[in-house]
Design a protein around this ligand. Structure first.
Ligand SMILES: CC(C)(COP(=O)(O)OP(=O)(O)OC[C@H]1O[C@@H](n2cnc3c(N)ncnc32)[C@H](O)[C@@H]1OP(=O)(O)O)[C@@H](O)C(=O)NCCC(=O)NCCS
Length: 273
């Protein structure tokens, strides 16, 4: 394919880019990309950048201000047929110009993002920029069950439930500094769920994940119908747990939770710069 990177323009996204962004997302992760669910919110916010080529959007990247003056990088996408041609490198470079300006002005103090350990392209591109793995979590999937029971929903009043978490608290694929300022973010995007056995935090900006708050016990299986209630009968879902719960992984395996690629390791990585 003839492609001329010098004809790419990186600019702020606008509402008329919606159709192009949906087209970009179609080829990502087998069509399961969450971009269409978030794009309207991102277009209304600052720092949603797109790469335009010959009048069409072919890639995007979102920068967001997270608690603790963190500049969070997310939503990097390049349309399938334009991948491996330097478009993401260009988007990263341009977003870095903006990011460094925000750093100089004192609006942000550091850059962070989260990715799956098997996302080699993303890890390669960001390591070139200087990002390093700072921490990680385990994310495991569970096939849905049929029965559902309604759990009790509780407000999140403080960060005490996250006491087993270290420097970061995961909210699906976004990660927050473990500081009081993160409470409103976590409350806005999720809720505490109480079953007769345990409590969980269930949240995320689009697809919700279950964050374990205590090391699981064999009685967790009694909680499955309550957790299922939040996702719909039979729908599979993901749980996230901190490194401190490593010894619980064999039990979670017995309970039917699986690593996406089978390997037992910290598979949700938080990188910082
Ligand atoms: C990740 C993504 C944005 C990269 O876009 P792109 O325009 O193809 O990226 P570029 O062409 O600028 O660069 C690709 C780099 O990855 C490298 N790369 C490609 N496949 C790789 C692999 N399997 N392992 C390691 N590096 C790999 C290329 O060599 C190139 O690096 P180089 O310039 O140093 O040679 C694109 O693949 C995409 O949209 N993926 C799906 C969404 C996604 O995963 N987003 C990131 C979420 S955190």
């Amino acid at each position: 394919m003839d492609f001329d990177l010098s004809k790419c323009i990186v600019r702020t996204a606008k509402p008329s880019d919606r159709d192009d962004l949906i087209r970009v997302s179609r080829g990502i992760w087998g069509g399961t990309d969450y971009l269409p669910l978030l794009m309207d919110r991102w277009i209304a916010e600052p720092w949603f950048l797109v790469c335009e080529y010959l009048g069409k959007v072919i890639g995007c990247l979102k920068l967001s201000l997270f608690p603790g003056k963190v500049l969070w990088f997310e939503g990097l996408r390049v349309q399938k047929r334009f991948q491996n041609l330097g478009v993401a490198t260009l988007l990263n470079r341009q977003s870095f110009t903006l990011a460094e300006k925000l750093l100089r002005e004192g609006t942000v103090q550091g850059f962070e993002f989260c990715t799956y350990y098997q996302n080699h392209e993303s890890l390669h591109l960001t390591k070139k920029l200087g990002f390093k793995v700072h921490t990680g979590f385990y994310v495991l999937a569970k096939r849905g069950v049929k029965a559902t029971l309604e759990p009790e929903l509780l407000p999140l009043q403080d960060l005490e439930p996250f006491r087993h978490y270290g420097s970061h608290i995961p909210c699906a694929w976004q990660s927050l500094h473990h500081i009081d300022e993160s409470l409103s973010f976590l409350s806005a995007r999720g809720k505490m769920v109480r079953t007769p056995n345990a409590s969980y935090y269930v949240g995320g900006s689009h697809e919700h994940h279950v964050t374990l708050l205590e090391p699981p016990t064999p009685s967790m299986k009694l909680d499955f119908p309550y957790l299922q209630h939040l996702f719909g009968s039979r729908k599979s879902y993901n749980i996230i747990l901190p490194p401190a719960f490593k010894d619980s992984l064999p039990l979670l395996h017995e309970l039917g939770f699986r690593f996406w690629h089978g390997e037992v390791l910290l598979n949700m990585l938080v990188l910082t710069l």
